[in-house]
Design a protein around this ligand. Sequence first.
Ligand SMILES: Nc1ncnc2c1ncn2[C@@H]1O[C@H](COP(=O)(O)OP(=O)(O)OP(=O)(O)O)[C@@H](O)[C@H]1O
Ligand SMILES: [Mg+2]
Length: 233
Amino acid sequence: MLLELKNIHAGYNGREILRGLPLNINAGEIVCIIGPNGAGKSTVLKVISGFLYPKKGDIIFKNKDITAMESYKRMAHGIGYFLQGGEVFNDMSIYENLEMGGANIKKSVFKETVEDTLNLFPQLKNKLNKRAGLLSGGEKQMLALGIVLMAKPRLLLLDEPSAGLAPGLVKVIMEKIVEINRSYGTAILLVEQKIGQALKVASRGYLLKNGEVVFEGLPEDIRRAITKRAVHA
Ligand SMILES: Nc1ncnc2c1ncn2[C@@H]1O[C@H](COP(=O)(O)OP(=O)(O)OP(=O)(O)O)[C@@H](O)[C@H]1O
Ligand SMILES: [Mg+2]
């Protein structure tokens, strides 16, 4: 197992949001977290990336307890985090943005990592000297994902990578996610509002409600569980 969350309790300002969360991901898997607004999906990713420390529970990554580890060390350890909304350095060029993402990888693999990243997002290739702030929304989202990939993560946490994108681009970004997973064997934890799209690419998923896992299983079982819940709501 690559990542295991055991009985995670976490929240903000004394208010508990996650109530005893279990979650696990195997190496090379794509797993999705589905749930209504405010269910705690982003909070799960913050806990895994170290942006929020749990009040209780353990986080095991690559057989090591990382519960108390700082977020920058988790990144160096192989956890990549795409924040909700995506983040780029607007005043820097696209190339400089990628440099920032790869700041901690070995110098010897830097060049090939830039090449791999640009092959994945070819539309960025001929704009390397352009300021990131001048990119379109879709291009920024791709660059934000590229920055995270430059750190060569073993586990990629994606918080609504398709948010705000036109339907055509949503499809593209989902294809990229599958391509990253297939090409590098990167495990992916995907949080998505677009349930249909997420269940199409994931091999397993968690249904989260009020900070609790209310269902866990294969995509088709999750689809059925959602329909059943909607009927009984
Ligand atoms: N920084 C924060 N400070 C205080 N409360 C917060 C903070 N971030 C989130 N919350 C609260 O925690 C709860 C869960 O939020 P979270 O962002 O994890 O939900 P989500 O499932 O990602 O929702 P969405 O689908 O809208 O992105 C919400 O009630 C939210 O208001
Ligand atoms: Mg969220």
